[in-house]
Write a protein that binds this ligand. Structure first.
Ligand code: BG6
Length: 485
């Protein structure tokens, strides 16, 4: 269904995010007829450039992945809507007036300002928009994560943005919330009777959240080296996933009901401090190794210096509330791991009494595996009788919902979905200010403890599951990270 006509300004248009994700996302929505011809896409970045020069750069990113003729025809229509304006957001110069001139003068039209910029410039960008009165009634600002580098900087940025835009017009992106299976989490939990009665410390032994990447820091090393895995991934993506697993049922799926419940989870996280950081958090950095059979350099070699930035982190987190008392949430994320794999695993408790007398030795407790990527799906692991005439043999098998088998595979990328949600004004897939700040408060505790000298960095060979210390985090409690099934 087409969305209302809108104008979008993509700040940071020559950057990695805009070229790899945002422009392609808009183009794909255009190809699917969701964006109408009276919408405009304004690419903004510092360097002067003609419309055509920018279109050529953008085209290279589109067609290296999808070179079909049909796409080329659609592209030539799409780029008629796409213009380039040079704007230096760090100065309040004339170029802001050029930006204003590029927008539709209709002040009631929906406008999106997407800041694909370093967060330290968000305040200046908003001031520039305000100076030209570009914060029109239907204008929405979209902020990329990470918002700030700690609680205080996040609060400062939120204040600055809040001076120009009302909270309901601020869309803080966590693109994990746009992923199909992540959205399905709430439906799985709250539109089925099955899970909720045992979705607590009585029924669940522990939760594992893994976001493993095979890529290295690569071209984004400049940003990444200042950030590290904790700020880049845990503060946002992993904590958001934990929130969706752990939250209480909201009264409805309206944005504030959901976001208020998520906030409660963040506030219930037991603080990690210097007293427990070395026990509950493992920092790692990849060293030379091989991924998918190809040799890759170590992180220090890739970024050209030995900065001590972590490219892997594993955490044993604990929620201090009735539902989750004593249930660990183990989270891990890293670059240059063996394969790209993101999943949430909910490990249920063992049955209270073994009626079968464990013929084959082991009765495995049920396990729910929610696979976010690459091959989306939900698996519920069950004990089953191995069919056949022999004795009573048991097998641990999946009840398997594979997205590829059950649904048309063609669902949009997270950014496509999120951009259209901004146009529709649907805030439920975006983080509210207090969520971002609460997440930082918890993460800041870890950073503070690291800064106080508890930041031991363990090496791991590229292409592996991270440092062995991450395995010990669970082994210590007689548990283990589960492999992909
Ligand atoms: C981004 C991080 O937010 O998420 C990147 O900044 C990371 O470092 C990326 O690679 C992972 O996203 P996805 O969708 O590929 O899992």
């Amino acid at each position: 269904v087409p969305v209302e006509p809108f104008d979008i300004v993509v700040f940071g248009a020559t950057g990695d995010l805009a070229l790899r994700k945002l422009i392609p996302a808009l183009f794909h929505r255009w190809c699917d007829g969701q964006i109408t011809a009276d919408s405009r896409i304004i690419a903004a970045s510092r360097e002067p450039m003609s419309d055509d020069a920018f279109r050529d750069i953008a085209a290279r990113h589109i067609f290296e992945r999808d070179p079909t003729d049909a796409r080329r025809k659609a592209w030539s229509d799409f780029i008629e809507r796409m213009h380039y304006v040079a704007v230096d957001v760090s100065a309040q110069g004339e170029d802001w007036a050029d930006l204003k001139a590029a927008l539709d003068p209709d002040e009631d039209k929906i406008r999106l300002y997407y800041l694909a910029l370093p967060p330290s410039t968000y305040g200046q960008a908003c001031a520039g928009l305000a100076a030209q009165s570009l914060n029109t009634p239907n204008a929405r600002i979209v902020l990329e994560k990470p918002i700030g580098t700690d609680f205080h900087s996040a609060r400062r940025i939120n204040d600055q943005v809040g001076e120009v835009f009302r909270e309901n017009n601020i869309f803080r992106i966590d693109h994990y919330l746009g992923k199909e299976t992540v959205q399905n989490l709430l439906i799985l939990r709250f539109a089925n009777y099955l899970f909720e009665p045992i979705w607590n410390a009585n029924g669940i032994d522990h939760v594992q959240i893994t976001v493993a990447e095979s890529l290295g820091a690569g071209e984004r090393a400049g940003y990444y080296d200042r950030s590290g895995a904790l700020r880049d991934m845990v503060q946002n993506h992993l904590l958001q996933l934990a929130c969706l697993v752990a939250m209480e049922p909201p009264a409805s799926l309206d944005p504030d009901s959901v976001r208020t419940e998520k906030l409660k989870v963040l506030k219930a996280l037991r603080p990690i401090t210097a007293a427990n950081v070395s026990q509950d958090v493992v920092r790692g950095q990849y060293q030379a190794g091989a991924v998918g059979g190809s040799p890759v350099p170590g992180y220090a070699e890739e970024v050209g210096s030995d900065t001590g930035t972590e490219t892997f982190v594993a955490i044993r987190a604990q929620l201090e509330n009735w539902r989750w008392a004593g249930v660990p949430f183990y989270m891990r994320t890293g670059k240059r791991m063996g394969s790209r794999r993101s999943e949430i695993i909910v490990q249920f408790k063992p049955v209270p009494h073994d009626v079968v007398g464990a013929v084959d030795g082991v009765l495995h407790p049920n396990r729910l595996v929610i696979r976010l990527q690459p091959d989306e799906g939900v698996k519920l692991m069950l004990m089953t009788k191995d069919p056949g005439p022999g004795g009573l043999r048991l097998r641990y098998v999946p009840l398997n919902l594979s997205y590829a088998e059950h649904f048309e595979a063609n669902y949009p990328d997270a950014y496509e979905r999120l951009l259209m949600a901004v146009v529709r004004g649907n805030l439920s897939l975006f983080m509210r200010r207090d969520e971002v700040e609460a997440a930082w408060r918890w993460v800041d505790g870890i950073i503070r403890a690291w800064d106080e000298g508890q930041a031991k960095l363990y090496g791991y060979q590229a292409g592996t599951d991270g440092p062995t210390q991450a395995a010990l985090l669970l082994a210590r409690e007689d548990r283990e990270w589960f492999d992909a099934i």
